[in-house]
Write a new protein. Structure first.
Length: 224
């Protein structure tokens, strides 16, 4: 989904074209253990990284429920894959075009009230992860979130990905990306995500001007 300069540029790539470098994975691996009932909550693009997590928790002997949401059915991803590994998959869409009309937190609350949970993990927009954490807090369910702060060099030296967890500064590219959602300073995180909003807009506009007439058009493959 092209939403800015970088994703718009990537969306124009054709099969056979190359990127110079790709850095990752970064940070610490997901801790997988047999804890009992695991509920995974994914929003939009966050469903994709939750797929191998769901598979791993199921292989470890857990009962796995997946709650996945998107704005509409056209933006849902990994539905078939999740159904292949999870014991239960609940789908929500903002417009009701697939599954239940509503948001993931409502489905999550209903799931915990009906069947309980020993662990909740969530990946998606920061605002969604914040409210997932607030939904589980009254139930005392451990909730792990995968943070997506601004990240520059991926080594911890730039400090761009710093987040406050339980009042301590952490770096998502080294210490994360997963943290206890009940301990994250969400307001600080979301404010810092907006740091370069104006510069990002300027960069995208400049890029579109350079590529005027090429956006939305098919390009010839680099290799025949």
């Amino acid at each position: 989904m092209a939403v800015g300069k970088t994703t718009a540029e990537l969306a124009r790539y054709q099969a056979g074209e190359e990127l110079l470098d790709l850095c990752g994975p970064l940070g610490m691996p997901t801790h997988v253990d047999c804890v009992g009932k695991v509920v995974l909550v994914g929003g939009g693009f966050g469903v994709a990284p939750l797929f191998p997590v769901a598979r791993a928790f199921k292989a470890a002997g857990n009962a796995v429920t997946v709650v996945m949401g998107a704005r509409s059915k056209d933006l849902l991803i990994y539905e078939r894959e999740m159904q292949g590994v999870a014991d239960k998959v609940s789908i929500t869409t903002d417009d009701g075009s697939r599954g239940v009309k509503g948001i993931v937190t409502a489905a999550l609350k209903q799931e915990i009230e009906s069947n309980g949970a020993d662990l909740v993990m969530t990946v998606g927009p920061a605002i969604m992860m914040k409210f997932v954490s607030e939904t589980t807090r009254p139930f005392g369910v451990k909730t792990m979130v995968s943070l997506n702060p601004i990240m520059l060099d991926g080594t911890g030296m730039c400090g761009g990905c710093r987040v406050s967890v339980a009042g301590v500064t952490k770096f998502a590219c080294l210490d994360g990306p997963e943290f206890d959602g009940h301990e994250v300073d969400w307001d600080q995180l979301m404010n810092r995500q907006k740091t370069y909003k104006n510069e990002e807009k300027e960069s995208f506009e400049a890029w579109k001007q350079r590529h005027e007439g090429m956006l939305g058009k098919e390009r010839q493959p680099v290799c025949e």
